[in-house]
Every structure is written in structure tokens, then in C-alpha cells.
Design a protein around this ligand. Structure first.
Ligand code: ADP
Ligand code: MG
Length: 476
């Protein structure tokens, strides 16, 4: 087994890595770190959540350890598609670079430019930037790129989706010919291949698993559903699939807004991020999600790109994504760093082609969610004597059930974080022990979910409401 110590990193860095709590390198780290330390160009392809950030941040810190800073001329440049991602990489530098004297600057939109320009004037070793803001400063003559000897193009496929390729070409043209270039991507569409050919010099190519394959820690399902039943289906799953934290993706900003409002109205602790929300609010919302103040985040693709949020148990694709690459990125928000996750994709009317494209890209059919995958006991076909028959017949409107259950859910989330903790633990153990749950596990999960409820006791793990209609797709 490869250890971090085998990769050639300095003792200071090994200490920082240990402090970060990493015990062994991920496959992309094991391959990329030695190559970067040998000053080679690197083309790294690995699915989301596989630790690509540390695979360049760690060796860069050692490569840059010796050398002098100069005003306006950053020594290295990391390009990131979004502000959030840039900020995450900066956090990584701070964490691992704690034992080094390296200066870093973050050039991102939505932040006052004065501070950023001042940092550049003082000289930086590492500049982390989004293409737009960098171009802006470059064109104003506030920055020079001709001393930049190490360049990282991170999340290249996102750059492509966001239309940044021309900007990247412009920036790369201003860089010195003598340089080291690293390109990382989860997928490798043709324009990225082309970009790599043009700007990388005899790169060491590493592909830790098939491009666009998805993480084996993620159990993925698709659910054929009528568009008008998407919301009730989502709510059913949010209540019954042992959801700890969830990101719900939609293709449209308006859907994000409407869906979040509806979820809140129905008592869920949810929030939203999309491109129309200003940066400060986006950060605040993310923080609320990370802090557990809300446990459901409704998001558009742009806003959620590459976000590294720990312990997301579920991803819901409220719409099948139009671009199959988005599917890989969306579901990659769960199942990170070895944890198990569940991903549900709604296939609405008119989504046939989109889901075909997803399955072509990932090279596998996604399982249809069916009865065997349900984590709570469903009502028996014959209603029990002690259960009101209405429970079994009322498929369309479970309003009473909602009214009863919802306030409790948000109350227990918000006002009782101590109680929420063990709940999370119980679920984590469950995730760890396998995706398809055996009965005893299911029951213990059910118990922990319902612990706070003070109404009439419900048999452990048993769904007390109507059988959701969408399930009939799965086992007709
Ligand atoms: P990617 O860029 O490939 O999508 P990230 O670099 O954002 O992935 O890393 C995903 C998560 O994995 C982060 O939470 C990170 O802290 C964690 N991680 C990275 N390397 C390791 C490691 N060697 N051991 C354990 N966790 C790691
Ligand atoms: Mg990344």
C-alpha cells in the first residue's frame, strides 16, 4: 500500500497531511504527486470526490518552497471555474501550507478588488483565480503572467460547460513557454483533449478510472415520474429514505426557487443556491447547510459546481440533467471520501433522451427504484384492522400526515442539535454496512428517525402513510 511518505513529499508536508487526518493517498494523489514533484506536466482524470485538489496542492507547496516572490508577478496560478471552488482550494493551501512561508492571493469576482490588488503588489507565490476576474485584472495591467512557472487548470470540464475555454486559451498564451502545466478533470470531452494537446507538453496522463464512470460508493436509482408528481415523490423520499442531508438539483433557476419555497412551506429545513443569488448570500446559505441549520439544499448546476461538502447522504436530480456530464458532477456531491451515498434521478415526461445520454456516458443502465429498494416498511396490500383504510387508499393527498410530521422535523433539526448527532451516527453506520439494507438495520434506522415523535407509536421502520404511487413503476 502506498503511503504519503512514499510519494516524495517533504517532512513538513507529511506533518500537515497527518494533521489533516489523511492516512493514505487516493489513487489520483498516488499517481499525480510524484509526477508533479518531478516537474512533469500532468493530465489527471478522476471522478469527483477523489481528492484531486490535494493531488496538486501538496506537491505545489514543495515545488514552490524555494524561490522569491516578486511584485505583480505570481509564481504559480490555479484556475478554478467558480468562486466557491477557488475558495476551497485556498482553504486547502492554508491547511497544508501551514508549515511553509508561502503567500497566496485569491482573485475571484464578487469580492472587493482593492485587497486583491494589494496582495499582488506585495508579491504572491500562489494565485488562485477564476478566469473572468483574472482577465479583468490582466487587461488593466494589474498583473503579469510571464513569471508564472506552474499552472493548474482545475475542473477543466466545468470550465468548458461554463464557456471559459477561450479565456483559458487567452491566459495560457500569456504564460511563459518554460513552465509546468497541470490539468485536472472528471471527464474528458473532446474540447478538453484539444486544450490539453495545445497547452501541455508531453504530459503524464493518469486516469484512475474510466472517464465519466461514477463512484462505487454511490447507489444510484432512476424514478420515472409524471412531472406533476415530482414534488410529492421528492417529499416522500425525503421523509422515508433516511435522508440526513440532501442536495436537490434542478435544471432551472425558477424551479430551484419554487421548490425551495414549497419544501419550506411543508416544514422541511431547506435552502437554495443558484446563479441569481449574490455571492454573500450563496456563502451564507452554504454555511447554514454545512452547519446543519438546514439539511436540504436546492441548487442549480452552476451554483453547486464542485462544492465539497462533507457527509451529503443524498443527491436528488429533480430533473434529469440536460448535459450528461452534469449527472456525474451532481451525484458526485455524495459518496465522497469513502462515505456511502444515495442518488435519485427523476425521469419526467420528455426526459427519455436525457437519461439515455446519461447512461451512454456512464456506460451503465441506472436501476429503477423499486419496492426492494425502499428503506421503510410499506403498508401491506391488505390494510391492517387497526389502520384507517384511508391510509391505504389515499394516494393523492397525504396532507394530514404532512401537517403532523413536518413541524417536528424542522424542530428537531433546528432546536435540538444534540439529539440530531446520534441520529446522524446511526445512519452513517448504516450507510457503511451496505446499500441494500437487511431488515434489522432498516428497523434500527427507523427507530432512530422516529425517536423524537411523541404521537402514537408507529412500528419501527414502518411507513404509516399511503404507498407512494411512483413505486408501482418499479415492480409492475
Ligand atoms: P475532487 O476535486 O476530486 O472532486 P476534492 O479534492 O474536493 O475532490 O476532495 C474530496 C474530499 O476528499 C475532500 O473532503 C477532501 O478533504 C477528501 N480527501 C482528499 N484526499 C484525501 C485522502 N487522502 N484521504 C481522505 N480524504 C481525502
Ligand atoms: Mg476538485
Amino acid at each position: 500500500m502506498t503511503t504519503f511518505a512514499d510519494l516524495g513529499l517533504s517532512p513538513e508536508l507529511l506533518k500537515a497531511v497527518e494533521e489533516a487526518g489523511y492516512t493514505e493517498p487516493t489513487p489520483i494523489q498516488a499517481e499525480a504527486i510524484p509526477a508533479v514533484l518531478m516537474m512533469k506536466d500532468v493530465l489527471g482524470i478522476a471522478q469527483t470526490g477523489t481528492g484531486k485538489t490535494a493531488s496538486f496542492v501538496l506537491p505545489m507547496i514543495d515545488v514552490l518552497a524555494n524561490g522569491r516572490r516578486r511584485a505583480l508577478m505570481p509564481r504559480s496560478l490555479i484556475l478554478e471555474p467558480t468562486r466557491e471552488l477557488a475558495a476551497q482550494v485556498a482553504e486547502n493551501f492554508e491547511k497544508y501550507g501551514a508549515n511553509h512561508d508561502l503567500k497566496m492571493a485569491l482573485l475571484i469576482g464578487g469580492v472587493q478588488m482593492g485587497e486583491q490588488v494589494k496582495a499582488l503588489n506585495d508579491g504572491v507565490d500562489v494565485l488562485i483565480a477564476t478566469p473572468g476576474r483574472l482577465m479583468d485584472l490582466f487587461e488593466r495591467g494589474k498583473i503579469m503572467l510571464n513569471a508564472c512557472e506552474l499552472v493548474v487548470i482545475d475542473e477543466a470540464d466545468r470550465m468548458l460547460d461554463m464557456g471559459f475555454i477561450p479565456d483559458i486559451e487567452f491566459i495560457c498564451d500569456k504564460l511563459p513557454d518554460q513552465r509546468q502545466t497541470l490539468l485536472f478533470s472528471a471527464t474528458m470531452p473532446a474540447p478538453i483533449e484539444k486544450l490539453a494537446k495545445k497547452f501541455l507538453d508531453n504530459p503524464k496522463r493518469m486516469e484512475v478510472s474510466r472517464a465519466a464512470s461514477t463512484n462505487e460508493n454511490i447507489t444510484a436509482f432512476k424514478i420515472p415520474v409524471k412531472n406533476r408528481e415530482k414534488r410529492s415523490t421528492l417529499e416522500w423520499l425525503l421523509r422515508n429514505d433516511l435522508v440526513d442531508t440532501a442536495i436537490v438539483f434542478s435544471n432551472r433557476k425558477t424551479t430551484v426557487r419554487e421548490l425551495n419555497k414549497a419544501l419550506q412551506r411543508n416544514g422541511f429545513a431547506s435552502g437554495e443556491i443558484h446563479g441569481d443569488i449574490d455571492q454573500a448570500s450563496r456563502n451564507a446559505e452554504l454555511q447554514r447547510f454545512k452547519d446543519g441549520e438546514i439539511n436540504i439544499l436546492v441548487a442549480s448546476d452552476v451554483a453547486a459546481r464542485g462544492l465539497d461538502i462533507k457527509g451529503v447522504s443524498h443527491v436528488f436530480n429533480y430533473d434529469t440533467p440536460w448535459h450528461p456530464d452534469d449527472y456525474v458532477h451532481r451525484i458526485g456531491r455524495t459518496g465522497r471520501a469513502g462515505a456511502k451515498g444515495r442518488a435519485f434521478t427523476f425521469v419526467g415526461e420528455g426526459d427519455d433522451e436525457a437519461i439515455d445520454n446519461v447512461e451512454k456516458l456512464t456506460g451503465a443502465k441506472i436501476a429503477v427504484f423499486g419496492k426492494k429498494d425502499v428503506r421503510v416498511e410499506l403498508p401491506k396490500a391488505e390494510p391492517k384492522a387497526n389502520r384507517p383504510t384511508q391510509d391505504a387508499t389515499d394516494h393523492s393527498d397525504d396532507a394530514d400526515e404532512k401537517r403532523e410530521e413536518k413541524p417536528k422535523r424542522s424542530r428537531s433539526r433546528k432546536a435540538d442539535p444534540v439529539e440530531a448527532k446520534p441520529e446522524r451516527k446511526a445512519r452513517d453506520e448504516k450507510h457503511d454496512s451496505g446499500q441494500r439494507n437487511e431488515k434489522p438495520e432498516r428497523q434500527s434506522g427507523g427507530q432512530s428517525r422516529r425517536r423524537n415523535q411523541d404521537d402514537e407509536p408507529v412500528p419501527a421502520g414502518e411507513w404509516n402513510g399511503p404507498k407512494p404511487e411512483f413505486l408501482s413503476f418499479g415492480f409492475k
